[in-house]
Design a binder for this molecule. Structure first.
Ligand code: CUA
Length: 165
């Protein structure tokens, strides 16, 4: 089969680019530890995450993952949020204005999302991983949170709200 020299050049070039990009991806993930946003790698030494353990308190210490809200200091809260098909637990979080909340997110089944509209909180819940984000609610009001990773028939039913004030 005859391949035109120009065509051959482009074929070689595209293969070289593919190899380069794949290499960059490998270097990025293996040596630089780059991964999806909002995911803390909390795998144990055996390579499996403990299902219901180790949520971070915001002060660096860890405790059991218990869905719900708890106050750890004046105006400082930790919210352990469980995502499952198809709801969040808790689905209503009440805090005073000015509260800083560290959200710990875990999925017990599928990949879910957790986005609080109007804030910077935007996490992906991957089974076996702990998602974490902290936000200070300076403005009173109701903040809707939703699952923004399509997760099946009940995806649209996965929502809740943070009530501030
Ligand atoms: Cu959970 Cu979409």
């Amino acid at each position: 089969m005859h391949v035109h020299p120009y065509e051959r050049t482009w074929m070689i070039l595209s293969v070289v680019l593919l190899v380069l990009f794949a290499g960059a991806l490998g270097v990025g993930s293996v040596y630089r530890g780059i991964s999806l946003p909002g995911i803390a790698h909390d795998m144990s030494a055996h390579g499996h995450a403990d299902p219901a353990v180790a949520t971070t308190q915001g002060d660096g210490s860890t405790t059991a993952f218990v869905p719900g809200l708890r106050e750890i200091a004046p105006l400082k809260y930790v919210a352990d949020v469980k995502a499952y098909a198809w709801a969040f637990e808790p689905n209503e979080i009440r805090i005073p204005q000015g509260a800083t909340v560290t959200f710990n997110l875990r999925s017990t089944d599928l990949i879910h999302g957790f986005m609080i509209i109007g804030t910077t909180v935007n996490l992906t819940a991957i089974p076996g991983h702990l998602g974490q984000a902290t936000y200070t609610f300076d403005k009173p009001g109701e903040y809707l949170f939703v699952c923004h990773e399509y997760c099946g028939a009940g995806h649209h039913m996965m929502y809740g709200k943070v009530i501030v004030g």
